[in-house]
Design a protein around this ligand. Structure first.
Ligand code: HEC
Ligand code: HEC
Length: 444
């Protein structure tokens, strides 16, 4: 911080600062002090995200080290509609991909209350018009009883999903007797990290297929041979290797071009005064940093803040009051003390969603901030384990606006399109390939 202040000070002597720029530096100083106070290293750099291609600071699976080639392969597979070979109806085959429910332009969320892959139709501009295809019954749809998580900053997560059910180590040490009991987590017995485990299960769950024939048909064989040469050939073209490549790609998804990131890296003009005032609150009075920590502003701990469940929107398919997902971490561990606790999600690029919390109960970031400010549990089924950090914040109306501004634009990377391929090897339309999406996306 001292260095930055010196720089600002000297540039003011040489270039004669306007009063506005001087006023800005007061906010900068205040914000730096607030961040330093909560930083585990005592300085603001601990919140800086790695640059694209810098994989060392990320939590990697030791048996699946990241390489640029692997990330590039995963980038194609994530959007490859050619993998959707296990659709329940002929008409659904090859119409969806991971990118159907995790849309880059929606912060890798679906842009709707709930994601629908197989059995869904349409895309709209950016996923917002995905709907149920009338030939599918409700119980035939590929949907889940919680809003899809964003995949940004997942490289800082050891255990994935809202309940943290995936991944053999870390938070899940000691939960072994629950693997595969109430949740489809048998895959944890492979001993892999959260992403690798979840993505093996996810490929099955989302009705996708991969084998040597598919690799050859679409032209992926050479890339697999190159990236997975250490796998014996009979194991090389599988859902496991596919998950490995996709996991490497997901770890590379870093919103490191957001104004707040540029500010942290020394560009004091990257944020507006309003964003800085919001950030000052985030790291202090509003207490957000008690739970949203580290460069990803996420957290491998689980907290109950009492938001409503997805079925309560009245707009979601195939979920209801008995959905195990409503119980959060407790639905996985079976422990009373884990009931209603959810993983702390990352919060970059939230503005485009706009469906917030696991049950999509809020429709704007201002509503989210007001929820935290008032701290009144909205879900009447949640009667225990509410976090002590969830308490009234006494933010004024102006402070609510400032904090909302920081979330909306300060934590917004405008260039996430760099994480999308220009085409996929099958040549099919992506991330969706149903007839309506094809028209809407202009790929017939
Ligand atoms: C039908 C919509 C849908 C599709 C298709 C889909 N996902 Fe998801 N994804 C979800 C939902 C819902 C969640 C949250 C589930 C939960 O936690 O209960 C999620 C969560 C995740 C997470 C956890 C992130 C975290 O931080 O914990 C990962 C990783 C993930 N998905 C990867 C994938 C991959 C890879 C694919 C393609 C193989 C995929 N998803 C396809 C709906 C979808
Ligand atoms: C007690 C820990 C805690 C505190 C304090 C906290 N959060 Fe969160 N936050 C969470 C959890 C847990 C969730 C997910 C809850 C759920 O969906 O069930 C969440 C969700 C969110 C979301 C929605 C993310 C999504 O994927 O829909 C936003 C935005 C957010 N928090 C912003 C904030 C802001 C701003 C503050 C400060 C005012 C704050 N949080 C304080 C734990 C916390």
């Amino acid at each position: 911080m001292k260095l930055l202040l010196k720089l600002i000070f000297f540039s003011c002597i040489f270039y004669s600062c306007t009063s506005e720029q001087l006023a800005v530096s007061e906010y900068d100083t205040h914000l730096m002090q607030n961040i330093e106070r909560v930083s585990p290293t005592g300085d603001i750099t601990s919140f800086i995200l790695p640059e694209d291609g810098d994989y060392t600071p990320l939590k990697q699976e030791p048996t699946n080290p990241m390489t640029p080639e692997k990330v590039a392969l995963g980038k194609l597979l994530f959007f490859e509609t050619g993998l959707g070979a296990d659709a329940v109806k002929e008409v659904g085959k090859f119409t969806y991909s991971c990118g159907t429910c995790h849309v880059p332009a929606k912060g890798f969320m679906p842009g709707t209350v709930q994601g629908i892959a197989d059995g869904g139709i349409g895309f709209g501009l950016d996923g917002e018009s995905r709907a149920r295809f009338h030939l599918y019954e409700e119980d035939e749809l590929d949907t889940q009883g919680a809003r899809p998580l964003s995949l940004l900053n997942a490289g800082f997560m050891t255990n994935t999903s809202w309940s943290g059910a995936f991944g053999a180590g870390y938070a899940n040490e000691g939960t072994e007797d629950q693997w595969g009991v109430n949740t489809p987590t048998e895959v944890n017995h492979l001993g892999l990290a959260g992403l690798e485990s979840q993505n093996i299960e996810g490929l099955h769950l989302h009705r996708m297929k991969f084998n040597r024939e598919i690799a050859e048909e679409y032209g992926y064989k050479e890339m697999y041979d190159n990236v997975f040469s250490e796998f014996p050939e009979e194991e090389r073209y599988s859902l496991t290797t596919t998950s490995f490549a996709i996991s490497a790609y997901i770890r590379s998804l870093l919103p490191n071009q957001a104004p707040f990131q540029n500010w942290l890296k020394g560009d004091m003009t990257a944020m507006t005064i309003k964003e800085k005032r919001g950030a000052i609150l985030f790291f202090d009075k509003a207490g957000c940093v008690n739970c949203h920590k580290g460069p990803g502003l996420n957290n491998q701990n689980f907290f109950a803040i009492g938001v409503k469940d997805l079925y309560e929107t009245g707009e979601a398919f195939a979920t209801g009051p008995d959905d195990l997902r409503n119980l959060g971490r407790g639905g996985f561990t079976g422990k009373d003390e884990d009931l209603y606790k959810f993983k702390v999600p990352q919060i970059y690029n939230m503005k485009d969603s706009p469906f917030y919390f696991h049950g999509s109960s809020k429709r704007s970031l201002k509503e989210v901030v007001e929820y935290f400010n008032e701290a009144v549990v909205e879900n009447e089924n949640v009667n225990k384990n509410i976090s002590a950090f969830f308490r009234p914040l006494s933010l004024t109306e102006e402070e609510v606006e400032d904090l909302t501004q920081f979330l909306e634009t300060g934590l917004f990377d405008p260039n996430l399109n760099r994480y999308m391929p220009t085409e996929i090897l099958s040549g099919k339309c992506f991330p969706n390939n149903d007839v309506l999406s094809q028209v809407q996306m202009g790929c017939e």
